[in-house]
Design a protein around this ligand. Structure first.
Ligand code: TXA
Ligand code: MG
Length: 345
């Protein structure tokens, strides 16, 4: 048996005896437990410090497990599964009673994901049960895209971390609710709204994707109402035409640095195209990715938000992105990281 195989055997034994294992997926690292065992699932909420009304995604390693978990799979859902599974798409179905309330957050639906990452697939397969897994970060922190991020957030609280290198996509899966006639986009991700609409036609979009959830507009994905992805630093997004954005960030960053008579540490979230337009003697400039390859920005976002914390930055100024294609998901996460602190120029 190869050493990788031994690691996965050990991980599966931990799951079978009710423990917690962090594992890589193509989106972000997950914190897994036996989805059908309420006692195991409760440990996930404890380790993360996560509110228990926020349901978990159930991960499967083969379509054969789906019927056991969900009541009905519509034709639309089948078309989406054909096109995008395995992959970074989560589908919400009506659940069967076998799925405990602890996993579904008391809802009558359950979110299912079939990841394409091979380590994830092998791990789930060896466990022999569906795996409930939220992102493997402390609640409220940016999702982990490296084993070291999980280590930093949760090491003492979980039984094992499987290191599978960097996550390919870097943002959590797209979530679609297919439990009713109308399909809703609940969380944008790397499978874009445009890609989905090409397969099944126009879909509805949960308005909370763009703005902060207000008390009278509860997001359909309960997790979307919580503060998320927040670094320690205060984050400000500056949005608009790129040249004006750069000029504005330079002005804001300088004045923030010398405000209140103490010198503050200022970070700038820049891109390949703009990194040389800021003074790197004054500010910590981190390049999130290449504007012409949006997927690089998605892949770098959480890593860079964590890096500002690592360097004890007080305030971050971030360039905004357009909200189409993967940009919708990037801005959704960035806006949450900023607590909707956005300056339009
Ligand atoms: O890419 C991902 O989806 C990662 C990896 C590990 O697979 N997982 C992940 O899980 O992001 P988590 O727990 O961080 O986010 C799950 C989201 C939450 O916003 C939750 O409210 C929503 O899915 N959700 C789960 N079950 C749901 C349901 N039955 N109906 C609506 N939303 C649901
Ligand atoms: Mg999460």
């Amino acid at each position: 048996m190869s050493s990788n195989n031994l690691i996965l055997e050990k991980a599966a034994d931990i799951i079978k005896s009710g423990g917690l294992v962090a594992f890589p997926t193509e989106t972000v690292y997950g914190l897994g437990a036996n989805a059908l065992d309420p006692t195991s699932v409760k440990k996930i909420y404890e380790a993360k410090g996560r509110p228990s009304d926020n349901p978990l995604i159930v991960h499967i390693s083969s379509l054969k497990y789906l019927d056991e978990l969900v009541l009905d799979v519509s034709d639309v859902a089948k078309r989406l599964m054909n096109e995008f599974w395995p992959g970074p798409l989560t589908l919400v179905f009506k659940k069967k009673p076998i799925v405990p309330d602890e996993t579904s957050g008391g809802l009558d639906t359950v979110a299912i994901r079939f990841p394409e990452n091979k380590v994830a697939q092998l791990f789930i397969e060896k466990c022999g049960v569906p795996i409930a897994a939220p992102s493997a970060n402390r609640s409220g922190k940016p999702s982990p895209t490296r084993a070291s991020h999980v280590h930093f957030d949760l090491d003492s609280k979980i039984d094992m971390i499987i290191d599978g290198g960097s996550s390919e996509y870097g943002l959590e899966s797209t979530i679609l609710d297919v439990s009713n006639d109308k399909v809703y986009l609940l969380r944008p991700g790397s499978i874009t709204k445009e890609m989905v609409e090409e397969i099944i036609g126009t879909i509805e979009i949960d308005k909370n994707i763009f703005n902060n959830a207000s008390p009278n507009s509860v997001p359909k994905a309960p997790g979307m109402k919580y503060t998320h992805y927040s670094p320690q630093a205060k984050v400000t997004i500056v949005n608009g035409e790129l040249d004006i954005v750069i000029e504005k960030i330079n002005i804001l960053a300088k004045s923030a640095m010398f405000k209140d008579g103490i010198i503050k540490k200022i970070g700038i979230l820049a891109t390949e195209q703009t990194k040389d337009k800021y003074d790197n003697n004054m500010f910590l400039i981190l390049v999130v990715g290449d504007r012409l390859k949006e997927e690089t920005i998605a892949a770098g976002l959480f890593k860079m938000l964590r890096k500002f914390d690592y360097h004890n930055v007080d305030e971050v100024y971030a360039e905004g992105f357009s909200e189409s294609y993967v940009g919708l998901a990037i801005m959704n996460r960035l806006k949450k990281a900023s607590s909707y602190n956005i300056i339009n120029v």
